[in-house]
Design a protein around this ligand. Structure first.
Ligand SMILES: [Zn+2]
Length: 310
């Protein structure tokens, strides 16, 4: 695999974080590294995060403690020897969060992850993506999917256990495929009605049970635009915690069919030449098509195709 395909370089990805899996069930280690003076806590408040001066604004324990309530902290891991935790503080009202931020971190504000990615360092985006995905999983799994009993977090926040039936639940990540279809000097981009005007991007969809990733690519293309594809090639991947997915990026080659956009999924889909996309890229937001923003692996797939690196 060439360096250009290292998925860790995609937005939201990152592998510098040492997740410390081996200590998740070590209560003494967890307490020590929860209470340590250098430890940092990342607030998650209703899908927003504290950001200040272009970096993730984490809090020391002494400050974060006031906000910890029903949701136990989740161990994210260690960076350069410093332990990072995520805490879901969504049960507080906005004023309580603002008061803590005002009193502790100069200029810290709550911001959505999508808005933050463009300005945050890659490692901070990765930490917040992790925090977002796992706190969402906790919020949605307070009751056992087997028996309906209450579940309790354990293992540093990487399991939820149901005492009623004994089932242990683990965090889930939903796989989704995203694919760019090439046809000689053209590639296919589509748009959804809810997107900004002129924005076009790669097709995408969730993997269904009983499907390989390649099957999912072929099915989604058939469903969304009525085309048959072949030569389905994996490119790279990206965490996509909106709310808890991983995007698996592919290129594929057109075989047959005429574009018929599925009206409940796609507003429009069309072929764009490489020259059209080069021109559009040079014009940024004023270009047509306006292509996927840089936070998305779609942008990575399109750039690789434009630059003939697929
Ligand atoms: Zn149960």
């Amino acid at each position: 695999m060439s360096a250009g395909r290292e998925s860790t370089s995609n937005p939201l990805a990152g592998r510098q974080l040492n997740r410390r899996h081996e200590f998740r069930k070590d209560e003494a280690w967890l307490i020590e590294h929860h209470d340590h003076a250098d430890t940092r806590f990342h607030l998650v408040w209703r899908n927003t995060f504290a950001v200040a001066d272009g970096v993730a604004a984490s809090l020391p324990r002494a400050v974060a403690e006031a906000l910890i309530g029903d949701h136990p902290p989740v161990l994210l891991g260690q960076l350069d020897g410093v332990t990072h935790w995520a805490i879901d503080v969504s049960h507080h009202d906005r004023t309580a969060i603002d008061d803590v931020l005002d009193g502790s971190t100069a200029g810290a504000m709550l911001a959505g992850l999508r808005d933050s990615i463009a300005v945050l360092p890659a490692q901070d985006s990765n930490l917040l993506a992790f925090a977002s995905g796992i706190t969402t999983w906790h919020a949605k799994n307070r009751f056992c999917a087997v028996c309906g009993g209450p579940t309790m977090a354990r293992a540093g926040g990487h399991e939820r256990h149901c005492a009623s039936c004994g089932t242990t639940h683990f965090p889930r990540t939903d796989p989704a495929v995203i694919m760019l279809i090439g046809n000689e000097d053209k590639c296919l981009l589509g748009r959804q009605a809810i997107w900004p005007p002129n924005m076009y991007s790669a097709l995408a969809g969730f993997v269904e049970p009983g499907e390989s990733l390649e099957d999912a690519v072929a099915r989604e293309v058939r469903e969304e635009v009525g085309l048959e594809v072949t030569d389905i090639r994996y490119h790279s991947s990206q965490p996509w915690p909106f709310p808890q997915s991983v995007m698996l990026g592919f290129h594929a080659t057109y075989v047959s069919g005429e574009i018929v956009a599925a009206p409940d999924e796609i507003e429009d889909a069309r072929w764009f030449t490489r020259d059209e996309l080069l021109e559009s890229r040079a014009m940024g937001k004023r270009g047509f098509p306006y292509m996927a923003p840089p936070i998305s692996i779609a942008g990575v797939l399109i750039a690789a195709w434009i630059d003939e690196q697929v």
